[in-house]
Design a protein around this ligand. Structure first.
Ligand code: HGY
Ligand code: MN
Ligand code: MN
Length: 409
């Protein structure tokens, strides 16, 4: 039986970012396309029937599609300079779980597929979980297709370049209606399991989180001929706001707020910027607190802009409510894996979170020894990855036994 570490090693050179370190695998870019091809080949080699739906989601069916389906899988796109496991560990584990189930002679008694969702990170077009949001109708095709990447290319053009018809992008209620349960395996993005000494954990919830763009506008000018008193410099307003973001979030228990991306325009060393775009990521277990934090940051941005004679505009780009995974499914997974498997809340969003509004969803986490993620240093111990595959195979075998209807309440 192949080990997860060996299969992950097959992907080690795809999308490696020599400038940032780690991996940069934007959706529908060369590297992610190569990974999608790799997945299709691995699934086909296992006799799974592979199809790409109009939203660019890959489905690898073991048997025929149909109602009451059990799905597993994750994503292959990454953040810029991300780690090797965020996404691919769930896809690799799903393929190897099929091998384990087959090795025991198990044949799913209900429709079963591995799904690979595009643009989970939202790193190219700014909206997290774009594929699962399109599938479930939680983003309109019009808005999705008009999203632009850093080069000004629209998602519609990216879909077209990936050989997909933008006209067909949109909600697929019939396809989604066929899915009964979705269990996603993912590296834990935090130190919960390392602290507990648990190689595998069951997800309990995802905290609410969203992304906002704040645009500060001032007057571009010459760095050498403009006296300090005569400037309306949006970079100064943005810089003050970045510090305010930290102060506001630090003052609120369990709050997280981040500015990881900030773009002065035009971005010349000897040029006072005319505009700064900065992106805000805010998260809290309670949605209403996330909203309060954003309002406080909006007020700070407007105040900082006014001090510099600039303007500030805050626009929401994506928002995800707090998700509580299906309690009965959590209980069943814990029973199957030995009751001492912990349940953990997470601060990271996932496609399983988006689909939880329509499908019974659950997640399995694999221990992250350093807790670091969205960075090249992300790692998983080989034996923990194996424990994850084994746990996923155990859960999926049970959910596809067909007789499990009686046991999950
Ligand atoms: O940003 C997140 O929470 C996830 O990694 N996409
Ligand atoms: Mn992920
Ligand atoms: Mn991620």
């Amino acid at each position: 039986m192949r080990r997860a570490a060996a299969m992950l090693a097959d992907l080690a050179d795809i999308g490696r970012d020599t400038r940032l370190g780690g991996y940069s695998r934007p959706v529908f870019g060369g590297a992610e396309h190569e990974l999608r091809e790799w997945f299709a080949a691995e699934a086909t080699a296992r006799g799974l029937g592979v199809e790409t739906d109009p939203n660019g989601i890959l489905w690898a069916w073991w048997g025929d599609p149909g109602p009451g389906a059990v799905i597993t899988g994750s994503h292959l796109d990454s953040v810029p300079g991300g780690g090797p496991h965020d996404g691919p560990l769930g896809v690799v584990s799903a393929l190897l779980a099929v091998d384990r189930m087959r090795a025991t002679g198990h044949v799913p008694q209900v429709p079963f597929a591995i799904a690979v969702f595009p643009e989970e990170e939202g790193s190219r077009f700014g909206v997290a979980c774009l594929g699962s949001r399109l599938l479930s109708g939680s983003i309109s095709p019009e808005r999705a297709l008009s999203l632009k990447d850093a080069d000004g290319l629209t998602a519609a053009e990216a879909y077209r370049s990936a050989g997909l018809d933008p006209e067909r992008v949109g909600p697929e209620p019939r396809r989604l209606g066929q899915v009964r349960r979705f269990v996603e395996l993912h590296i834990e993005q935090g130190l919960g399991q390392a602290t507990l000494g648990a190689p595998v954990a069951v997800a309990e919830s995802i905290i609410s989180h969203g992304r906002w763009r704040i645009s500060f506008r001032g007057q571009g000018n010459h760095a050498g001929t403009t006296a300090m008193a005569d400037r309306t410099d949006p970079v100064v307003a943005a810089a003050r706001t970045v510090v305010d973001v930290q102060v506001i979030a630090t003052a609120r228990p369990d709050a997280r707020a981040t500015v990881g991306r900030l773009q002065p325009v035009p971005g010349g060393t000897n040029v006072i910027a005319s505009r700064v775009d900065m992106w805000l990521d805010v998260r809290h277990p309670r949605e209403e607190v996330t909203a309060e934090l954003v309002e406080a940051i909006r007020a700070a941005a407007e105040g900082n802009a006014a001090l510099e004679g600039c303007s500030a505009e805050l626009v929401e780009e994506s928002l995800s409510p707090t998700v509580r995974f299906q309690p009965a499914l959590q209980r069943r997974m814990k029973e199957l894996l030995g009751g001492d498997v912990p349940t953990l809340a997470t601060g990271a969003g996932h496609d399983a979170g988006v689909l939880s509004a329509d499908v019974e969803t659950g997640m399995l986490f694999v221990r992250n020894p350093t807790g670091v993620s969205h960075a090249p240093e992300e790692s998983v111990e080989d034996d923990d990855a194996e424990a994850g595959v084994k746990a996923l195979a155990t859960v999926l075998a049970e959910l596809t036994r067909g007789s499990e209807e009686r046991q999950i309440r």
